[in-house]
Ligand binder design. Structure first.
Ligand code: VGL
Ligand code: ZN
Length: 213
């Protein structure tokens, strides 16, 4: 039996309504995530979460470069979108959404703590220089299949899914449990296509529940 985990990507206040980097309809990921938490807990699957977790002077913040949010630049010699200050460690904006069933979460993995580099993926920083503990935790628990939902489709969900696939996980993305920033209107659709082309299987929640029993 291959063991499975639900991975909740960055379902944090700052990516939801009223947050510093509010993703359109970001809150609507919470009901889908909670339904999957119940579904997974019933079946003995693990539930893990990533959290964007920046120091106040993080290099991805436009405020650190005196530029407007959402402009493009470079950080650690990589192309970088400069964001509004968001998910600052130990602030309310960095907390998990209050309606998310967070008591069900077995382990949380923080990312983005190094001020010099951004970290969209829950597995690696954007330069693939440093790894979080997520891969080791999943291996330790003999988990090889992931169910992924969260924020944002076109950044942290996409890069988490692509890294998971390259690490050898079987990855299922629940599309209605994800929402994107969409700096360009097609970014989320493009991201889902990239994930699918790389080997992820896309489901709606209804499809998942129907086909996986
Ligand atoms: C994210 C932009 C900046 C995300 C994190 O969670 O998708 N996006 N930091
Ligand atoms: Zn961030």
């Amino acid at each position: 039996m291959t063991k499975r985990a639900l991975l909740l990507v960055d379902i944090q206040n700052d990516f939801c309504a009223g947050g510093a980097l509010a993703v359109p309809e970001g809150d609507s990921t919470v009901d889908v995530a909670n339904a999957l938490i119940d579904w997974c807990k019933t079946r003995g699957d693990a539930v893990v979460a990533s959290m964007d977790w920046h120091p106040a002077d993080h290099g991805s913040f436009a405020s650190q470069h005196n530029v407007e949010p959402y402009t493009q630049g470079r950080l650690d010699s990589l192309p970088q979108t400069f964001w509004p200050d968001h998910c600052v460690q130990d602030t309310e904006g960095a907390e998990l959404h209050p309606l998310l069933k967070h008591k069900a979460i077995d382990a949380v993995f923080h990312k983005g703590a190094n001020p010099q580099i951004d970290s969209y993926s829950a597995f690696f920083d954007n330069g693939h220089k440093q790894k979080t503990q997520l891969d080791e935790w999943l291996r330790h628990h003999e988990i090889s299949t992931l169910i992924v939902v969260g924020l944002a489709t076109d950044y942290c969900v996409k890069f988490t899914v692509l890294d998971a696939l390259s690490l050898g996980y079987s990855v299922n993305v629940i599309t209605d449990g994800c929402r994107g920033v969409n700096l360009n209107p097609q970014d989320s659709a493009q991201a889902f296509m990239n994930m699918s082309a790389a080997g992820a299987t896309l489901y709606t929640l209804a499809d998942w529940v129907e086909t996986q029993g």
